[in-house]
Design a protein around this ligand. Structure first.
Ligand code: ASP
Ligand code: MG
Length: 364
């Protein structure tokens, strides 16, 4: 009998109907003999909507109150999920908030780090053969305040719970089966990657692929938690992330496209220090320094990036040159960044979308 931690993302829980269908799937899996712990995210766009409400009443809400507010999204989904399961099989499920499972974090509101999970209530629930339904994305700080783990943080909760319970597997389900060689919505040739090592996955996540949160991958690496991604509605598994994975097809893992970036030429001292946590790339020169941020910011211009991720990237300069050629004229290219693990080109506006397929063909 295996102990499995499953995490379901917001799109899998977007409506009461979806929650009911998922409840049935969860019971079927439980009946097959596995012990289950479920981690859920907030329903659909709930977290965005809560953030928008805060900004409708204040231009500058405090981080403490923001965490009080956005953490309720997951409280809605855990209780509905438990209610749905229990209406089919009375008293099978029991919901828990982050603080109820003793998920302790540091005091960094909005982007807290997990320090430990006490987990005695989880252990008791499992002993009673129940299915614990845990609110992802939230915890309680050493100062006894409600904290959240940063957007997409339910993945991190799932990894931490897997480690705390010494569970056999961490399965992360969403509306995409796993990591593709590039975004299948932008390129019909994209192929599903069956396995990835932690470093490559971390590079792909931190460049902006949304499949898995980068903090969760880093955490999984540190704790030695193997992650399997999968498609919610079929249970089909996609990509396994572990330290034994090898890049079987070729040395290139994925082409990541990210259009949620912004840039500005600015003075070093004025901007950078205030925005350190948002900085994606910085280049200093005598006349004007370039600052590229994750996300959008007032007074900044939108830009996008195209990154090829793999190992030994530097040794493929011919292919990289072709990638630059396809990307556009020097005027379109804002800058680029190269390491052994990636080659990232920053391009103006949303020029990048249309050339994803062309660049993908170069490498795969
Ligand atoms: N509901 C939170 C968010 O939208 C956490 C998560 O989805 O993992 O960021
Ligand atoms: Mg969400």
């Amino acid at each position: 009998m295996a102990l499995i931690v499953q995490k379901y993302g917001g799109s899998s829980l977007a409506t009461p109907e979806k929650i009911k269908m998922l409840a049935e799937r969860i019971i079927t899996r439980y009946d097959s003999g596995d012990r289950l712990v479920i981690v859920v995210s907030a329903m659909g766009q709930t977290t965005n909507e809560l953030e928008a409400k805060a900004h409708a009443v204040s231009s500058n809400p405090t981080p403490r109150e923001m965490d009080m507010l956005v953490s309720i999204g997951e409280r809605e989904s855990i209780s509905l999920m438990a209610i749905a399961i229990n209406s089919i099989r009375p008293e099978l499920a029991v919901s828990f908030t982050g603080s109820q499972i003793g998920l302790i974090t540091d005091n960094n509101h909005g982007n807290a780090r997990i320090l430990e999970i006490k987990g005695d209530r989880l252990a008791d629930a499992l002993k009673a053969e129940k299915i614990p339904i845990i609110a992802g994305f939230q915890g309680v700080s050493t100062n006894k305040e409600i904290t959240t783990l940063g957007r997409g943080g339910s993945d991190t909760t799932a990894v931490a719970v897997t480690s705390a319970l010494k569970a056999d597997m961490c399965e992360i389900y969403s509306d995409v089966a796993g990591v593709y060689s590039t975004d299948p919505k932008l390129c019909s040739d994209a192929v599903l990657i069956s396995e990835l090592d932690y470093d490559t996955m971390l590079t792909i996540s931190s460049l902006g692929a949304k499949v898995l949160k980068d903090a969760a991958v880093e955490y999984a690496h540190r704790l030695g938690v193997k992650i399997t991604t999968g498609l919610t509605w079929t249970g089909e598994t996609g990509t396994v992330i572990s330290d034994t994975a090898s890049l079987d097809r070729n040395k290139f893992a994925a082409l990541v496209y990210n259009d949620n970036l912004s840039y500005k030429y600015c003075d070093f001292k004025d901007e950078i220090l205030d925005r350190l946590s948002e900085v994606r790339f910085f280049q200093r020169s005598a006349e004007r320094s370039l600052l590229i941020l994750n996300g959008s910011a007032e007074g900044y211009n939108q830009c996008c990036s195209l990154s090829i991720v793999g190992s030994g990237i530097r040794s493929c300069s011919d292919t990289l040159k072709k990638m630059l050629d396809i990307t556009g004229s020097a005027a379109d290219i804002i800058s680029f960044d190269i390491s052994d693990l990636k080659f990232e080109i920053f391009v103006k506006d949303s020029l990048g979308k249309g050339i994803v397929s062309g660049i993908h063909r170069l490498f795969f």
